[in-house]
Design a protein around this ligand. Structure first.
Ligand code: ZN
Ligand code: ZN
Length: 148
């Protein structure tokens, strides 16, 4: 468990004057604890181990909060969630590399790629307000597993 990451979001929350409730923190910890992206259902099942009274809205509200604060990203194509590698203040778009073998997700931040996409859209007079950039394939660990 990356306690430093948890400490980091605690500090950001107090600086922003928003409340990181026990449940919100616990959901974040569960997302961080998993190498692969977690679905809301999986998170609920895990949350129930420490908080038996947890219900789906508990998880959805916690996820909504964490998304708003930029602490996690939603993986649209698999309807699941990962922690943000930077967890920092500003909202950003990333390219997600999703392994179809083990479900791990790598987050890449490439501002020049985002700028290029915006420039291409501009040619059509189009203003982008959201991106979903998700690449599916096989991660390095799964590739070397196959070669053994
Ligand atoms: Zn991120
Ligand atoms: Zn993999």
């Amino acid at each position: 468990m990356d306690q430093q990451l948890v400490k980091q979001i605690e500090d950001i929350c107090s600086a922003r004057g928003v409340r990181l409730t026990t449940q919100r923190k616990r959901v974040f910890e569960l997302i961080c604890a998993s190498a692969k992206a977690s679905s809301a259902y999986e998170l609920l099942e895990e949350l129930k181990q420490s908080e038996p009274q947890a219900k789906p809205p508990t998880v959805y509200r916690a996820l909504e909060f964490l998304l708003e604060q930029g602490f996690i990203h939603r993986v649209e194509s698999t309807n699941s969630y990962i922690q943000c590698v930077s967890c920092n203040a500003h909202k950003h778009f990333s390219q997600l590399l999703i392994c179809d073998g083990c479900g791990s997700v790598i987050e890449l931040q490439d501002d020049s790629l985002i700028a290029l996409l915006a420039k291409n859209a501009e040619k059509h007079g189009f203003a982008i307000n959201n991106h979903v950039i998700e690449s599916h394939g096989t991660c390095q660990a799964c590739i070397s597993d196959k070669e053994k």
